[in-house]
Design a protein around this ligand. Structure first.
Ligand code: ATP
Ligand code: MG
Length: 593
C-alpha cells in the first residue's frame, strides 16, 4: 500500500492522572506472555462440579458482599430513573427463570426479546440464562419480516415484547411461527386493555413467580446466547455462544475496558447488537460495577449531560456516535464537567485518527478503539489504558488471544504474513472462550471460517513493527485500482480530516482501464454548502494526502450515508445502487438513506 495512515499522526501517551485508580493491565507484553485462561478462570466462581452459568457470575456471586450495590441504573426516554441493586436483580431474574420453568420453557430452548432498552429486557436476558435457556435479543426497530426470519431460524419458543410492537410486528407473522408457544407482553402498570389472544402479561407472571429459583447447573459448553451479525456484508448470520463466554467478558472487561467494581459504566450499544449484550449486560455485572442503561436514542447534549450527572467513569461507544458528537462542535462538551470520566473505548467500525485526536483535545481523554466481531463474542484486539495510542490503530491482541495475518491460497490453505506493514487477512487462533460454536443452520459456512489452525475473520489488516494492528478494510470492500490494493478506511480517514466533512464512505466502481475506480460519498457538517467548488476541493485534498493512485477519482456529496442499526457503513448498498444491482438484505438498515 502506498499510503501509511500512521504517518503524520502523533502517538498519544497514556494519561497518568493521579485521581484515578491504577490500570488493571500494567505492561502489555508482560501480561500477554504470562496470561493463561486457566488462571483467569479463578476470577470467576463457577458452579459445583465444573459448571458455569453467565447469570450466576453476573448476579449471584455478588450477593454476599455487594447485594445492596446498584447493579443497573435505568434512565427512561421520558426522564424516569430506576436503580436496581444486585439483590433485587437476583430476585427479579429468579422470578423470570421461575416463570419460564412454569411455562415449560426448558434448558436449551430459545427465548427472544423484542423491546427497547427497558428493565424487562435485562431481566429477561439474565433470567433466561439463569433458566439455562438461550437468549436472543432483537433490535426493536426490526420490521415483521426480519423478526420472523430470526425467530424462525432460532426456533424461538418464547418472545418478550411490548403490546405495540406485538401488534405491528409479531401478530402479522405469528401464524408462520409454529415453534413460538409464548408471547410475554411488557405492559405499562395499570394497563387495563384486554390482552391480545395468545399473549400473557409478563409482569403479572413475574408477580406470581418464586424469587427462589436456583440457577440451572449449565456446563461451560452449553449454548447461552444467540446473536445475529450486523448484515453489513450480506444476510445476517446467527452466531451461537456458550456459557464459557463469560470468562472472556470478564477478562476483557478488566483488561481492555479497565473495569473496577466501583465504576459507573455506560455502554451505548443496544443489546440487539452483540456489544450491547457482552458489554451492555454481562461484562460490567461480572465486575460488580454499576451499569447505566439509557433508553433514549442518540442526542449529543443529553449524552454529555448524562456523562456528567451520572458520573460515568468508563464509557464504551461507537465511532459513528463519536463522529456525530464531533459534528455538534467543540463548544457543547465544554459546558459539561467530564472530570469523572476515566476511560473511553469504542468499537464497531474503524475509528479515524481525527476522531481520536479530537477526543483527546476536546473531551480531555483519548478514545481507545478495540476490534472484535459477533463471531468472536468479546474484545480481541484493543488499545489498553496503559499503552500509548497510535490514532487509527486498533491496538494489540488481548492477553489470551493469538492474532495473526494470513493470505488464502488457491488450494484452500493459508500462509502466514510475517513481514511488518504487510496486509493480510486478520486471523485468530481458536481457543478463546467466547468463540462462536455455530452459524445457525449453516454448518458449511462455519467450517469455511477455519483453515490452517486459524479462524479467518474476513477483515484485512496490517501489523506495524511494534505490534500495533491497523485495520485496512473488510475483504469484500477492498478496492483494486490499477494494480493498487486500496482499503476504504485510509481514504475515508483522509476525507474526514477536511473541516467540511462529517461522514465518508468509499467504494470501487468498475472501470475498463483501471479495473476499479475509487468513488467517495461524503456528507457534510451542518452549514456547509454542497457545490462543485467543494467537490473539487475535497478531491484535491485527498490527492494531496493520498497521491493520485489512491485518491478518489469520483466524489458525490449526499445528505446521509446508509448505515446498519449498529452504526456500520453499508458500502455494499452504495455499490449496489451505483451499479443498479439488487440491494440485498436490508433488514438491518438504520433508515432509508
Ligand atoms: P455481517 O457479518 O453480517 O456482514 P458485520 O461484520 O458488520 O456484519 P458485526 O459482527 O456486528 O457484523 O461487526 C463486526 C465487524 O465490524 C468486524 O468484522 C469489522 O469489519 C468491523 N469492526 C468492528 N470493530 C472494528 C474496529 N475497531 N475497527 C475496524 N473495524 C471494526
Ligand atoms: Mg461480519
Amino acid at each position: 500500500m502506498s499510503f501509511d495512515p500512521s504517518q503524520g499522526t502523533v502517538e498519544l501517551a497514556p494519561s497518568r492522572d493521579e485521581r484515578f485508580v491504577a490500570p488493571n493491565l500494567g505492561d502489555w507484553a508482560q501480561a500477554w506472555r504470562s496470561f493463561s485462561w486457566e488462571a483467569a478462570r479463578r476470577g470467576l466462581e463457577g458452579l459445583p462440579g465444573g459448571g458455569l452459568n453467565i447469570a450466576h457470575e453476573a448476579v449471584d456471586r455478588h450477593l454476599a458482599r455487594r447485594g445492596g450495590h446498584t447493579a443497573m441504573r435505568f434512565l427512561s426516554a421520558t426522564g424516569a430513573r430506576r436503580d436496581v441493586s444486585y439483590a433485587e436483580l437476583l430476585s427479579l431474574t429468579s422470578r423470570f427463570a421461575d416463570a419460564l420453568a412454569t411455562l415449560g420453557v426448558a434448558r436449551g430452548d430459545a427465548v427472544f426479546c423484542l423491546t427497547g432498552r427497558v428493565p424487562e429486557l435485562y431481566v429477561a436476558a439474565l433470567g433466561t440464562l439463569r433458566r439455562g435457556a438461550v437468549f436472543c435479543p432483537l433490535f426493536s426497530a426490526f420490521g415483521p419480516e426480519p423478526v420472523r426470519a430470526r425467530l424462525s431460524l432460532g426456533k424461538g419458543v418464547a418472545l418478550v415484547t411490548t403490546p405495540a410492537l406485538y401488534e405491528r410486528k409479531v401478530r402479522p407473522i405469528r401464524a408462520a411461527l409454529p415453534a413460538l408457544r409464548h408471547v410475554l407482553l411488557v405492559r405499562e402498570a395499570g394497563d387495563g386493555a384486554p390482552l391480545p389472544e395468545g399473549t400473557l402479561d409478563l409482569n403479572a407472571l413475574l408477580a406470581r413467580a418464586s424469587t427462589v429459583r436456583a440457577v440451572e447447573a449449565t456446563r461451560p459448553e452449553d449454548p447461552a446466547l444467540l446473536h445475529f451479525t450486523s448484515g453489513t456484508t450480506g444476510t445476517p448470520k446467527g452466531a451461537l455462544h456458550c456459557h464459557r463466554a463469560v470468562l472472556q467478558h470478564h477478562v476483557t472487561g478488566a483488561l481492555a475496558l479497565d473495569l473496577h467494581p466501583d465504576d459507573v459504566f455506560w455502554c451505548t450499544a443496544d443489546p440487539g447488537w452483540v456489544t450491547g449484550t457482552s458489554y451492555g449486560i454481562v461484562s460490567p455485572l461480572t465486575h460488580g460495577a454499576t451499569l447505566l442503561v439509557d433508553e433514549a436514542e442518540f442526542d449529543g447534549e443529553r449524552w454529555y449531560r448524562l456523562l456528567q450527572e451520572e458520573a460515568v467513569t468508563v464509557w464504551y461507544t461507537a465511532p459513528t456516535a463519536v463522529r456525530m458528537l464531533m459534528k455538534l462542535g467543540d463548544e457543547l462538551p465544554r459546558q459539561f464537567d467530564l472530570s469523572r470520566l476515566r476511560f473511553i473505548a469504542s468499537v464497531g467500525e474503524p475509528l479515524n485518527p481525527e476522531a481520536v485526536t479530537w477526543s483527546a483535545r476536546v473531551l480531555g481523554r483519548t478514545i481507545h478503539d478495540n476490534w472484535w466481531q459477533t463471531e468472536t463474542g468479546g474484545i480481541m484486539i484493543a488499545n489498553f489504558r496503559s499503552m500509548a495510542v497510535r490514532p487509527g490503530s486498533m491496538g494489540k491482541p488481548m492477553p489470551g488471544v493469538e492474532a495473526g495475518l494470513v493470505t488464502r491460497l488457491p488450494d484452500g490453505s493459508v500462509k502466514e504474513v510475517t513481514a511488518p506493514d504487510t496486509v493480510g487477512e486478520l486471523a485468530l487462533r481458536p481457543g478463546w472462550p467466547s468463540m462462536f460454536v455455530a452459524y445457525l443452520n449453516e454448518p458449511a459456512r462455519y467450517q469455511k471460517c477455519f483453515a490452517g489452525g486459524w479462524y479467518l475473520t474476513g477483515d484485512l489488516a496490517r501489523k506495524d513493527a511494534d505490534g500495533y494492528y491497523w485495520f485496512v478494510g473488510r475483504s469484500d470492500d477492498v478496492i483494486k485500482s490499477s494494480g493498487h490494493l486500496i482499503g476504504p478506511f485510509e481514504v475515508e480517514s483522509v476525507l474526514l480530516e477536511h473541516p467540511a466533512v462529517a461522514e465518508a464512505a468509499v467504494i470501487g466502481v468498475p472501470d475498463p482501464m483501471a479495473g476499479e475506480l475509487v468513488k467517495a460519498f461524503v456528507s457534510l457538517k451542518p452549514g456547509m454548502a454542497a457545490d462543485a467548488a467543494l467537490e473539487k476541493a475535497l478531491l484535491a485534498h485527498a490527492r494531496k494526502r493520498l497521491g493520485v493512485a489512491v485518491a478518489p477519482k469520483l466524489l458525490a456529496i449526499v445528505p446521509a450515508l446508509p448505515r446498519t442499526r449498529s452504526g456500520k457503513l453499508m458500502r455494499r448498498l452504495l455499490k449496489a445502487r451505483e451499479l443498479g444491482l439488487p440491494e440485498g438484505d436490508l433488514s438491518t438498515l438504520e433508515s432509508p438513506a
